[in-house]
Design a protein. Structure first.
Ligand SMILES: C[S@@+](CC[C@H](N)C(=O)[O-])C[C@H]1O[C@@H](n2cnc3c(N)ncnc32)[C@H](O)[C@@H]1O
Length: 227
């Protein structure tokens, strides 16, 4: 079935958040990076300013600027309301309040929208979705997946997760995924099976602490290395 814009709640993070979520270091900044499920994050646009080479892939990129802008306007008040109702589930350290967080997200999404048309023309925003990506084997040094895999464990089953991570491993020599929690803050039900399947493939899978925590307990990423 075709991807529906109504299925997406656009909510984009920043370059600095990606740096923290994925422990990106100076060496990583010179690697070719795939951001999978980047949606309306400003990661790609801000990376460009810092000459970091990022291609973002997301089914959201089938849609136009006005369509995405309208979807953001329609959904942001609901997300803000949910955050206010569940504020106790989050760590208010980097962001001091819901208003602070919403302002940062809206700014990130404005930066994304401002870059989207030019970035699409340059091939930096590619409309596609896991578990099938339109890239040759080993196109990228590093694939990052923020707030899609594991987070939506209820919506996507174990087999989807295994196929999706294998696909990321096909197109990149290293894969990092954050967070490892589901939306309700519990550890993803698919984590053991994905770890076992990838290890059985001969890949090295590690769970590593990172310097980022917004969902309480969400301070770890998965790193998968080929072979
Ligand atoms: C919560 S957003 C995260 C956006 C961004 N990564 C960030 O951290 O700010 C989840 C994103 O996953 C995308 N998505 C949904 N299904 C997908 C799929 N099958 N493959 C890749 N991305 C998908 C959505 O369109 C959405 O942009």
């Amino acid at each position: 079935m075709a991807f529906q814009l109504a299925e997406v709640v656009p909510w984009g993070r920043t370059f600095n958040e990606y740096v923290a979520m994925f422990s990106l270091d100076a060496a990583d900044r010179s690697r070719s990076i795939l951001g999978c499920g980047d949606g309306p994050a400003s990661f790609n646009a801000e990376a460009l300013q810092q000459t970091v080479k990022v291609v973002s892939v997301d089914p959201l990129y089938e849609f136009s600027v006005p369509q995405i802008r309208k979807r953001i306007a329609d959904t942001a008040p609901t997300v803000a309301g949910q955050l206010r109702s569940n504020a106790g589930d989050f760590v208010w350290q980097h962001f001091k309040s819901v208003d602070d967080l919403v302002a940062a997200r809206m700014q990130a999404m404005q930066i994304f929208l401002g870059d989207y048309v030019e970035g699409t023309a340059q091939g930096r925003y590619v409309p596609a979705q896991l578990p099938d990506l339109p890239f040759f084997d080993a196109t990228f040094d590093l694939a990052l997946c923020s707030h899609f895999l594991f987070l939506y464990s209820e919506q996507h089953d174990t087999q989807f997760h295994i196929s999706a991570v294998r696909e990321l491993c096909r197109v990149a020599s290293e894969v990092r995924i954050f967070p490892l929690l589901e939306l309700d803050g519990t550890s993803s039900r698919h984590l053991p099976a994905v770890t076992d399947a990838l290890s059985a493939d001969g890949r090295t899978v590690t769970i590593e602490p990172v310097n980022y925590e917004f969902q309480k307990g969400g301070d770890k990423m998965m790193r998968v290395l080929s072979g």
